[in-house]
Design a protein around this ligand. Structure first.
Ligand SMILES: [Fe+2]
Length: 209
């Protein structure tokens, strides 16, 4: 059961996705994912590519086995909000986080879905209607949440739209080609480039020499 913490004058409900976080850990995998996203579409293969990149990254960083398993789940889930079955706000990071909260995933996974790959900056840029929801949850993030967001974003930024490994620059260039230079998605991508570089730099400090 999700908690609702207020109604603003326009009648928009504001969620507290962290209030009833689950202690159990329902695992996501590619079979379950196919229930939400069509395996014939590139998005599904992008997600599996992000999972592969996380599998490659995890042996190079020093964190507990339990957290590693949570990070694999977070990668499987990170773009599940694109599922038409889950669309409520037309913002996949928020729709995915609502799904994860309802499923009883831990806070670090809900936070990752909500904030990965500059979701908050995207809200500030183009979705002022979601700003209060994001500001509220931003204030509740702890160091573990922020590390999870960084690690999944790092893998996301290094995976193409169809699941192959890539570089940040190639990914930005690809978005510009697919959407066009003047499209909002491209403009947000360009605007966020310095923040993406900061994420990558933080993760590189975690990678064992
Ligand atoms: Fe992604």
């Amino acid at each position: 059961m999700l908690a609702w913490f207020g109604i603003e004058p326009k009648g928009v409900f504001y969620l507290n996705l962290f209030e009833n976080v689950g202690n159990h850990h329902p695992q996501m995998n590619k079979t379950k994912l196919a229930h939400y996203l069509d395996p014939s579409l590139p998005r599904y293969h992008h997600i599996l590519g992000v999972v592969r990149n996380m599998h490659d990254l995890l042996p190079r960083i020093k964190i507990s086995q339990k957290w590693k398993s949570l990070l694999i789940d977070a990668c499987h889930l990170h773009d599940i909000g694109y599922s038409t079955k889950l669309n409520q706000y037309n913002y996949h990071q928020l729709d995915g986080a609502i799904f994860a909260s309802k499923q009883g995933y831990p806070k670090c996974i809900i936070a990752t879905l909500l904030f990965h790959s500059c979701a908050f900056e995207g809200v500030l840029y183009s979705r002022p209607d979601l700003k209060e929801i994001y500001v509220h949850h931003l204030s509740l993030l702890d160091d573990k949440d922020r590390m999870f967001i960084d690690l999944v974003s790092y893998c996301d930024l290094h995976t193409t739209a169809t699941g192959e490994r890539t570089t940040l620059q190639e990914r930005i260039d690809d978005v510009a080609v697919r959407y066009g230079e003047e499209h909002e998605v491209t403009k947000i991508m360009f605007a966020n480039e310095p923040i993406f570089e900061e994420i990558i730099a933080r993760v590189k400090t975690m990678i064992k020499g």
